[in-house]
Design a binder for this molecule. Sequence first.
Ligand SMILES: Nc1ncnc2c1ncn2[C@@H]1O[C@H](COP(=O)(O)OP(=O)(O)OP(=O)(O)O)[C@@H](O)[C@H]1O
Ligand SMILES: [Mg+2]
Length: 246
Amino acid sequence: MTLSNSTAASLSTESTSNPEQQALLTATHLNKTVQVGEQSLSIIKDVSIHVDAGEFVVIMGKSGSGKSTLLGLLAALDYPDSGSVELAGQTLSSLDEDALAIIRQREMGFVFQSFHLLPTLTVAENIAFPLDIARRPNKARVNELIDAVDLGHRRHSLPNQLSGGEQQRTAVARALVSQPKIVFADEPTGNLDEQNADQVMNLLLDLRQQTGSALVIVTHDSALADMADRVITMHDGMIDGSTVNG
Ligand SMILES: Nc1ncnc2c1ncn2[C@@H]1O[C@H](COP(=O)(O)OP(=O)(O)OP(=O)(O)O)[C@@H](O)[C@H]1O
Ligand SMILES: [Mg+2]
């Protein structure tokens, strides 16, 4: 199904809205332009999207279609040129960096395309990091996650001593450790073999079941898309389709 950007956005709102379920995340008319030499390039064009509490949304689309950029805007890691993002009724673009940092620590988890592990911290320290900076250390929770990602034998290893799959599992454990309301993941299974990919996905889905976290996952994996509540397709910086899985 291919729809115009605004039709797709409103259709996706209507088709999943449940009066009893308030949208957790609402992005409205996002635009993002980057400067490349003399040229100003529009890479996100009037994108509106919402995610309900506990919802699992997959974002698909060709390389360069704007998926990572959109994820960065939704997670308030990057500012739009215009448009707004609200999380649980709070407008993120109106907050200063300190207030945003607190929301990111408490309410959000991130799994990036490249893992962004802190190179001087061990596996256990990387996983504990979100709790430590929020001054809510919790060894039991860290150990639970280390076991869940099957890295007990690597807890004292540094990231550069780990395989790609081990690094990715560490990044997933770190994203989940503070039981965030919403987890953003950019191709979390992209560089993994089938076994590691399944393990990472099961972790994310288990978390969702246990804590009701919403998941927003960018992926090229159609098996993953089949598991989602809703699949949004991007093309050239716009949403050009939204499918609700029955
Ligand atoms: N800082 C930047 N400066 C210039 N161009 C950028 C910048 N960031 C992104 N782009 C361009 O914007 C477009 C969207 O990039 P983005 O990384 O969001 O794509 P993507 O859908 O995540 O692709 P992939 O599947 O390859 O990860 C691309 O054409 C990219 O080259
Ligand atoms: Mg990307």
